[in-house]
Structure formats: structure tokens, C-alpha cells
Design a protein around this ligand. Structure first.
Ligand code: DNO
Length: 345
């Protein structure tokens, strides 16, 4: 296991020199943020990012994310050119020692929350999701916390129209088409693709979501057996669906999980939850059980603490402040050390 920390590049308020001081940290998970989705990431930009990491003795082996253009998800004719570009980006990243790329295949929206600052009695605050509140929102006039509001309302409108009527099956076929198009670049470079689950793992505003639980993964591996087709095990995303037993899934998916986001959530309703500290006793997911399953099943991927709370007066990027994620990282390192030593003894 290699412990990593997400870093939003030079615009991140957290300097690499601080990340380096977190015990157990081997590297950062980052991305090139200023190239439009669909274009090839130029060598110079990747080289620059890598040099910043090198200067702080941090590895840059995981990229999160190389975003997938909506035309690929929609299966539009332009997808072939866009898939070629994506493969070129993979090859470019391979030249700088990147081993794993995290991406998602959620139509239009990435992760969704309804509140970014839900107060906890201890004075900290964190992100939360209330299903009824979300259902009341108008997707055509959305100002939601969290997701990248890079679309104009006309673009958003156009996308929602383009997706109308798209079935889960069609979206899945478009994912398979995409993966088959990029697997040769993964074979050449040795890079593993790690699809992030849908967050939360159910359909949103009539848009299909297809990476939601164990059945999705069985289908995905059957359709694209190449071992470079792997996953990001995000416990907080998958864990929001009560039918997902994360301790069992961690065990079944360990070998194909090249990256793990180990995040805690606490249920506040059937489909409602608040994010919280990483410890098992802070929330609804058995973090010890998840780590034990991973280790016992031979997990050998990258891990990062996921969304943290705002604590100690910090007002960080939602989910991505320094302090609580650093606490999460040391807690997770402790769990891994204890479980790994237990296994060996
Ligand atoms: C949220 C993140 C996601 C993730 C993407 C991967 O905090 O986990 O935005 O980066 O879905 O493509």
C-alpha cells in the first residue's frame, strides 16, 4: 500500500512542503487542470507538475482525474478522435512514471452534495447529502455545491437534452467502447485505469449511473477483461447505498482496486448522510474491517484519505482541507500497519 494525498496543483492552498510532512506520505494524487476536457495533456505541463513533486520528494504515480469528454459518454461520432487524444495523454503520463489514472463515467455531474458546511456538535463541519433536498432541485438551474460549474446554462441544457432517453445499457456500452479504445495505450505504458464509482451511487435527475455496486463491477470486468481495466474503491461513494457491504466488497475487489479512497460517512436517513472523521467509531462504515479485507485479499494499490471535515478553524476547499485529511492518513496508516503485522505474525 502507498499512502497518497490529493493535491490540486499550484492553485491548491496547501503547499507540497506541508503534504510532505504528513507521516507515511509517499506522494500526491494530482492532475493538469488547465487543459480543456478532450485535449491531449502536453508533455511540458506534465513535466512541470512532476518537477514540483520531485522538488519535495513526493511521487506522482496517480492522476485524478483525466476527465472523460461528454461526447465519449454520449457515444457521439466525435468520440473516436477524443479517445485517441485520451490514449495520447495516457502515453504522455507514462513517460513521467504515472502508474494509475482515476476517472469516472458519470453523465454531466460528478459527485453531488446538498450542503458543504453541515455543523457537528464538536464545532467541526463537513459535507452532507439529503436526498429529498436534492430531488427538489431543478437540474436546469443548478447551483450546487461541489461539482465543477464549468458549463453555461445553455451547455447544461444541451447536455441534459442529449442524454434524455439514454439507457443504462447504452451508457455501459459507451464505457466499454472507450475502454477498448484506450487499453492498447495502457498495455504499452503499464498504466492501470481505475474507474471511480458514481457518487452517490444512484441515478440523478433522470441521468443513468452505472458504477454503483458489485453487479456493476462483475459486468465491467466481464466486458473488458484486460487487467488494466480496474477500479478506485471509494468507500464513501459506494457506502452511501445501504445494500453495498463494503467489508465484503473490499475483499472481492481488492486485486482489481488499484486505488482506494477510504472515506467515512454517517447515515442520517435512508439515503441521507453526513461526512465525518475517518475512524470507524465516527460513522457507519467499518474502516478496520475494510482495511483488513483489503490486506487479507492482497491489495497492493494506492490509498488516499478522502473528504475531511473542517477542523481547527480551517476553511479549506470543501472536503479537501489539510488537517482532517492528515489525521485520516495517519489513522489509515496505523490500521494498515496493525493489520499487515497481524497477517504476518
Ligand atoms: C470527489 C472525488 C471525485 C473524483 C472523480 C474521479 O471528491 O472523489 O470528484 O475525483 O469522480 O473522476
Amino acid at each position: 500500500m502507498k499512502m497518497t494525498f490529493r493535491w490540486y496543483g499550484e492553485k491548491d492552498s496547501i503547499p507540497l512542503s506541508y503534504i510532505r510532512q504528513i507521516p507515511g506520505m509517499t506522494g500526491v494524487v494530482t492532475a493538469v487542470y488547465d487543459v480543456p476536457v478532450g485535449e491531449v495533456w502536453p508533455i511540458e505541463k506534465i513535466a512541470h507538475l512532476k518537477s514540483l513533486c520531485d522538488a519535495e520528494s513526493l511521487e506522482m504515480e496517480v492522476i485524478e482525474s483525466v476527465p472523460v469528454h461528454e461526447d465519449i459518454k454520449l457515444g457521439r461520432p466525435s468520440r473516436d478522435k477524443l479517445i485517441k487524444n485520451y490514449a495520447e495523454t495516457i502515453r504522455n503520463l507514462g513517460k513521467f512514471g504515472v502508474k494509475c489514472i482515476c476517472y469516472n463515467f458519470m453523465p454531466v455531474f460528478d459527485w453531488l452534495r446538498t450542503n458543504l458546511h453541515t455543523a457537528s456538535p464538536d464545532g467541526s463541519n463537513a459535507l452532507s447529502y439529503n436526498h429529498e433536498e436534492l430531488m427538489r432541485l431543478d437540474p436546469h438551474n443548478l447551483h450546487l455545491p461541489g461539482w465543477d460549474e464549468s458549463y453555461t446554462s445553455d451547455e447544461l441544457q444541451g447536455l441534459l437534452t442529449a442524454y434524455s432517453g439514454m439507457t443504462h445499457e447504452q451508457l455501459f456500452e459507451n464505457l466499454v467502447y472507450f475502454l477498448n479504445g484506450i487499453m492498447p495505450a495502457c498495455d504499452e505504458t503499464g498504466i492501470n485505469m481505475a474507474i471511480h464509482p458514481d457518487d452517490p451511487p444512484w441515478d440523478m435527475f433522470g441521468l443513468p449511473r452505472i458504477i454503483t455496486g458489485m453487479e456493476s463491477y462483475k459486468k465491467l470486468f466481464a466486458a473488458v477483461p484486460n487487467l488494466h481495466n480496474g477500479i478506485t474503491l471509494c468507500t464513501g461513494s459506494l457506502g452511501a447505498a445501504r445494500e453495498n457491504d463494503l467489508v465484503e466488497m473490499a475483499s472481492l475487489l481488492a486485486k482489481r482496486s488499484y486505488f482506494a479512497h477510504l472515506r467515512q460517512i454517517k447515515f442520517s436517513g435512508e439515503k441521507d448522510f453526513c461526512e465525518c472523521g475517518h475512524r470507524t467509531d465516527a460513522g457507519s462504515l467499518d474502516m478496520y474491517g475494510i482495511v483488513k479485507s483489503l490486506v487479507d485479499a492482497g491489495f497492493d494499490g494506492y490509498v488516499r484519505p478522502d473528504h475531511g471535515r473542517n477542523i481547527w478553524g480551517e476553511d479549506g476547499k470543501p472536503g479537501y482541507g489539510l488537517y482532517d485529511r492528515a489525521l485520516g492518513a495517519t489513522y489509515l496508516c496505523g490500521l494498515f500497519e496493525a493489520v499487515e503485522k497481524g497477517v504476518k505474525s
